[in-house]
Ligand binder design. Structure first.
Ligand code: ADP
Length: 478
C-alpha cells in the first residue's frame, strides 16, 4: 500500500508529492477531455469533407448518366484513367458499387483492392441511407462513407468514399506528446515549488522542535524560539510556545526558590532545637534547663505551624481539595471575630463593623483560615491599644470581606510582594509568635481558588486595609 509508505516520509516530501499527484491528476483529466474533444472535432471535419465529396461524386455520376451512359460507364469515366485531382489525392479512396454490390470502378490507390465496407453499410446505402464507419485499409485506418447513387428516382448503386485517418492520428499523437511534456515540466516545477514552500512553512516548526529538544536535554527553560517574520498561524504557535516557556520558567524558578525558602525556614527552628538539646546534656541549673526546654518546645510548635501552612498551601494548590458547597460567610466572620477577641484578650479594640448575610460557594474551613490569617496579621502588626475592624458587605454578585487595622502599615516597596510565599516585610519589624511568612500567600491562594481576589491599601504608620472580593451566590429567597 502506498499510503503507509507515504506516512513514513518527511512531511516536506509528502506535501510536495501530494502537490505533484494532484497536479498530474488534474492535467490527466483536462488532457483527456481536450484529446477527446479534439478527436471528435477532427472526425466531424473528416465526415463533413467525405459527405461533400460523396455528394460531388453523385452529382457527377448523375450528370454522366443523363448523357446516356450507364452507371459502369459513368463510374469508369469518373475514376479512370485520370480522375479529378481531388479524387487522386493519396489518402482519398473512392469505389463505385453496382446495385448487386459488384465493384464497378475504384480509385487508383486501391490497386484493384476493395474498400472493406460492411454488408450493413452497402445494404443501407442501397436502401437510400448514408452511413459512416472507421475501417482498416492496409496499414492505416480509413473513415468510410457509403452513400446511395440515385438516378431519376431510383438507387442504382453505392458510392464508397474513404479518407485516411492518418493525419488525424498524427495531430492527436502530437497533442498528446505536448501534453505529456507540459505535465512533466509542471510536475517538476510543482515538486520544486512544493519542496521550497513547505521548507519555508515548516521552518519555524523545525526551530520549535530544536528548542524543545534542547530544553529536554538541558532542563533549562531560558531558551526561546525566534518568532517567524509572518504573523500567521505559525507565528502564533511560536509566540504561544514562548509564552508557555516563560510560564514554565517562572513556575520552575518559583518552585526552586520555594524549596530553598522552605528548607531555610525549617532549618532555623531545627538548629535552635539541636542547640538547646545539646545544652540540656550539660549540667545546668534547673531554671536554665526549663528555659532551654521551653524554647525548644516553642520552636517545635513553630515548625509544626510552618509544616501545617505548607501542607495547607499544597492542598489549595491541588484545586480538587477545595470543596464547593454554599458557605454562609457571615457565620464564618462572626466566629473569627469572636475567636480574635478571645485570643487578643483586650489588648486591641476588635470590632465587627458590618456583617451582611452572604453565601459563597466553596470550602468553609479554608475561608475561615483565610480570614483568620488577615485578622491575625492585623493584631500582630497593630500595637496594643489599636483598632482592628472586620466587615462583610454583600454587593449582590460580590461578597466583600475587609480587615482594617490602625497598625504600623506597609511601606510601598514591600506592598507588591507581601503575597509571595515566605516574603516578610521589613526584617526589623516585630515578627511575633506564629509568623511563618506564608499567611498572605494562603490568603491569596484561597481567594483565587474561590474565584476571588485580594488587594491591600496601606500607609506606613497609619494602618492597612485588606479586602477580599469573592463571587457571591444569591441567598435563597433573596
Ligand atoms: P507573616 O507570617 O510574616 O505575617 P504574611 O504573609 O502574613 O507573613 O505577611 C507578609 C508580610 O506582610 C509580613 O511580614 C508583614 O511585613 C506584612 N503585613 C501583613 N499584614 C500586615 C498588616 N496588617 N500590617 C502591616 N504589615 C502587614
Amino acid at each position: 500500500m502506498p499510503i503507509p509508505v507515504l506516512r513514513r516520509l518527511p512531511i516536506r516530501l509528502r506535501l510536495a508529492l501530494w502537490y505533484v499527484l494532484c497536479l498530474l491528476l488534474a492535467i490527466a483529466a483536462i488532457g483527456g477531455f481536450l484529446l477527446t474533444t479534439l478527436e471528435n472535432d477532427l472526425q466531424w471535419e473528416v465526415d463533413e469533407a467525405l459527405r461533400l465529396r460523396a455528394a460531388h461524386i453523385e452529382r457527377e455520376l448523375a450528370g454522366a448518366m443523363e448523357g446516356q451512359r450507364d452507371l459502369p460507364g459513368a463510374a469508369g469515366q469518373l475514376l479512370e484513367p485520370a480522375p479529378w485531382e481531388e479524387l487522386a489525392a493519396p489518402g482519398i479512396y473512392v469505389q463505385i458499387l453496382s446495385e448487386e454490390a459488384a465493384v464497378l470502378a475504384s480509385s487508383a490507390n486501391l490497386a484493384g483492392g476493395q474498400l472493406p465496407a460492411t454488408a450493413e453499410m452497402v445494404v443501407g446505402a442501397l436502401a437510400g441511407r448514408e452511413s459512416y464507419a472507421s475501417v482498416p485499409v492496409g496499414q492505416e485506418r480509413v473513415r468510410l462513407l457509403a452513400r446511395p447513387v440515385v438516378a431519376g428516382e431510383r438507387v442504382v448503386g453505392v458510392a464508397l468514399v474513404g479518407e485516411s485517418l492518418h493525419p488525424l492520428r498524427v495531430t492527436l499523437r502530437r497533442t498528446q506528446q505536448l501534453l505529456i511534456v507540459a505535465a512533466g515540466i509542471v510536475a517538476a516545477a510543482a515538486l520544486a515549488g512544493g519542496w521550497w514552500l513547505t521548507a519555508r512553512t515548516l521552518g519555524p516548526i523545525s526551530a520549535l522542535t530544536r528548542v524543545a529538544r534542547r530544553i529536554a536535554a538541558t532542563g533549562e527553560f531560558v531558551q526561546r524560539v525566534a518568532p517567524p517574520p509572518a504573523q500567521d498561524e505559525l507565528g502564533e504557535l511560536a509566540a504561544t510556545f514562548n509564552d508557555m516557556l516563560a510560564r514554565l520558567e517562572r513556575t520552575f524558578r518559583g518552585q526552586r526558590e520555594f524549596l530553598a525558602d522552605a528548607s531555610h525556614e525549617l532549618r532555623g527552628p531545627l538548629m535552635v532545637i539541636r542547640g538547646n538539646l545539646d545544652l540540656l546534656k550539660l549540667d545546668l541549673p534547673e531554671a536554665e534547663r526549663q528555659a532551654c526546654a521551653r524554647e525548644a518546645t516553642e520552636e517545635v510548635e513553630r515548625m509544626a505551624r510552618l509544616v501545617a501552612d505548607l501542607l495547607f498551601l499544597a492542598e489549595v494548590d491541588a484545586q480538587a481539595m477545595v470543596e464547593h458547597r454554599p458557605v454562609a460567610v457571615d457565620a464564618v466572620v462572626r466566629e473569627v471575630w469572636q475567636r480574635a477577641k478571645a485570643r487578643d484578650a483586650g489588648s486591641h479594640e476588635v470590632v465587627l463593623a458590618e456583617n451582611d448575610p452572604a453565601t459563597v460557594r466553596g470550602d468553609r474551613d479554608r475561608l475561615g483560615q483565610m480570614l483568620w490569617n488577615l485578622v491575625e496579621n492585623a493584631l500582630r502588626y497593630t500595637p496594643a491599644g489599636g483598632k482592628v475592624a472586620i466587615a462583610l458587605r454583600n454587593h449582590g454578585q460580590i461578597a466583600e470581606l475587609t480587615v482594617a487595622d490602625t497598625g504600623i502599615g506597609i511601606a510601598p516597596e514591600h506592598r507588591p510582594r507581601i503575597f509571595e510565599r515566605f516574603y516578610r516585610g521589613d526584617p526589623a519589624r516585630p515578627r511575633g509568635e506564629g509568623s511563618t511568612g506564608l499567611g498572605l500567600a494562603i490568603v491569596k491562594q484561597v481567594a483565587e481558588a474561590h474565584g476571588g481576589q485580594v488587594r491591600v491599601r496601606s500607609e506606613p504608620g497609619e494602618g492597612s486595609v485588606f479586602t477580599v472580593a469573592l463571587p457571591a451566590e444569591q441567598a435563597p429567597g433573596g
